[in-house]
Write a protein that binds this ligand. Structure first.
Ligand code: NAD
Ligand code: ZN
Length: 361
């Protein structure tokens, strides 16, 4: 088993992140190590419940816990104010007290929603993350950001709220659709790009999903370590943590322009990583050939590396300019000096304009 400890020293927050194939079978024991009461509310979605619900409920009930299972419809639309309210009502009816526990069992959607419910119910109750997608295991379950969406936009209401424990069982990834697995691979590749050339090469070496799965504990541990280290040095997302946004400025604008329907998050940041690096390589800021290397590895995982309609950048670029992270007319972009080495740089708001010009003729 790999055990990482997340330490947010400024807030005296310390908790373990445990990674091991088959760990879900030891969930009850793991929960007992951090929780002494009886009542547990579990938030999950229908897909995850279908595969793992009974196993989890039986195990925890047999161990003496009293379980309330809250099963939501899958998909981003679950991260809503309506569901938050519905969860609160179920928790009250169940009699969940300030000293009881919530478990988030699912992908990033469930982690974000249940995490925010835990952060705000009775001014905050303990929660445990059991992430079940690759994206959630390497990204959303680490770092303490929890949120819901508003009709006006994604993640507009949320908190920084850390779990007591993160339980990562990579075996649950076997039931993921290929596209959802590859979506997570986009973030995995991002970690190689921003921080670890050797890891990037390791990822290049895998030919199939099965080959990735053979090393998956190691792959997840490397990603979580990089994110943990960046988060610890900058919990509130003002400097170091911004490196995690490599490819995300363009990616977020792409997702938003197509109303989160045409491209998944992983696909959008895949296009975004290639786009930003193409610009910085042309400016001589990134190593020659780095864009081609990034494109090649993303294609290995069936991820798109360019918009299907490149002229749509004329609508997407204005969204980048309006990004809430812009400060005094400057954008913060993540520049790879080379694969495995990155820094942030302030850039003018029209920094991305060549993405369109390059394709106009
Ligand atoms: N908090 C953060 O730091 C952070 C970081 C990145 C992303 N996010 C959020 O994460 C969300 C996306 O997360 P996601 O990609 O995990 O999506 P998701 O939670 O919607 O899961 C994707 C799909 O996989 C299904 N699924 C989950 N686990 C499964 C399993 N083991 N077997 C079979 N099917 C399974 C789900 O039902 C869903 O249909 C977004 O809302 C995003 O904003 C948060
Ligand atoms: Zn991301």
């Amino acid at each position: 088993m790999s055990v990482l400890t997340v330490d947010v020293a400024t807030e005296d927050i310390h908790y373990p992140l445990k990674i091991q194939k088959g760990l879900l079978n030891q969930l009850a024991e793991e929960i007992k190590s951090v929780y002494k009461n009886k009542k547990i509310a579990i938030v999950t979605d229908q897909n995850v419940y279908h595969y793992y619900g009974e196993q989890v409920v039986t195990q925890l009930t047999d161990a003496g816990f009293e379980i309330e299972m809250i099963i939501l419809e899958p998909g981003e639309q679950a991260k809503s104010m309506e569901n938050l309210q519905a969860i609160f009502s179920r928790l009250i009816a169940f009699g969940l007290s300030r000293s009881d526990l919530m478990i988030a069992l699912g992908g990033g959607v469930i982690g974000d929603l249940a995490g925010f419910a835990a952060a705000s119910y009775l001014r905050g109750i303990d929660f445990v993350q059991v992430p079940t997608t690759l994206l959630a295991q390497v990204d959303s379950s680490v770092g303490g950001k929890v949120a819901i969406d508003l009709p006006e936009g994604k993640n507009l209401v949320g908190a920084f709220y850390h779990p007591k424990l993160v339980i990562i069982d990579p075996e649950v990834l076997t039931t993921l659709a290929d596209s959802t697995f590859n979506d997570g691979m986009a973030e995995v590749i991002k970690y190689g790009c921003i921080h670890d050339a050797q890891f990037f090469n390791q990822l290049k070496g895998y030919q199939t999903r099965a080959e990735v799965m053979a090393d998956i504990e190691d792959v997840i541990a490397i990603c979580c370590t990089i994110k943990r280290d960046l988060v610890q040095s900058d919990e509130k997302d003002t400097s170091e943590r911004m490196l995690l946004n490599f490819g995300h400025t363009v990616g977020h604008a792409i997702e938003a322009y197509y109303h989160y329907e045409k491209y998944t998050h992983g696909q959008a940041i895949s296009i975004g990583m290639v786009a930003i690096n193409r610009l910085t390589e042309a400016l001589g800021l990134s190593e020659n050939g780095s864009t081609a290397a990034i494109e090649a590895i993303l294609k290995q995982y069936q991820l798109p590396t360019e918009l299907t309609v490149v002229s749509d950048y004329k609508y997407i670029l204005p969204l980048i300019k309006n990004d809430k992270k812009n400060i005094q007319n400057a954008l913060f972009v993540v520049v790879l000096d080379a694969i495995g080495s990155s820094r942030t740089m302030a850039a003018p708001v029209d920094f991305f304009s060549p993405l369109l010009k390059g394709h106009e003729s």
